[in-house]
Design a protein around this ligand. Sequence first.
Ligand SMILES: [Zn+2]
Length: 291
Amino acid sequence: MAFLCVDIGATNTVIGTGKQDFETVEKYSTRYFFENTDELVEAVVRESSHELEDLEHVAVAAAGPIDRAKGEFYPPNLSKESFNLREMLSGYGDVKMMNDATAAVAGEYYYGRNSAEDMIYLTISSGIGAGVIVDGEILEGWGGNLGEVGHMEIGKDGVKCGCGGCDHWEAYSAGDRMPLMAEQLFNRNYKDSREIFEKQEIGDRTAEKVIDKMQECNARGFENLINLFNPEVIWVGGAVAQNHFEKVVEEPFEKVEDGLMNQEPIVEENSLGEEAVVHGLKAACKGEFEL
Ligand SMILES: [Zn+2]
């Protein structure tokens, strides 16, 4: 039995294939992946020890809402309204679909360095989302779309969110939204979130205020997750968190204590890095859990 796992992120897509474990894992830009799907899948399989015909299980995760009945994915950050992932990949085997943060938490649970029975995987990247395991059960919710925690109302300053809402966690802390928050609240233009972090390092007062707002919201976000799900471990991944772990995760986490009704969990950088999602998909292909 060979499997094919595809993690479609807002920016990058990771494709992995193997039999017992991954033999090949490659990363491409998501736009390029959509334009050259078959070519890229075939190239990845050619690098492994099996043939296309040996593929039996296919699992795909996407950074955005999915409709499993139709096989559709509705990307929040790409120009097209929806993609039928099942149609795109059905030539390779039986296609399973998952939310990406849910796949990531499954990856950590089955193959990561800590298999606590109660854990959350939180991604802070161009958006914010969570995958949740409670009592050893992967929570998927209706249609598999549980975990849109980035759209919890957390701020108080009227900052617009990409979804059309207001004061959501993402509006303050997602990589794509931080420059817009800086513009709306402090009337200052930064070209991206990286520039805000860089300027804060060299004493830019506005950048400091932007980082303070982000940290305040991350502290509230952590409190909400802990009070809701009572995790033993919170794994944090996603490019913004990985690149600025101290500022995005550790410093805000020091401020959560006052708002907690239950025990403080361990908070760490996720152990499988950007391959957590494909590892979770591999677990689904290998039948570790039912979708
Ligand atoms: Zn929102």
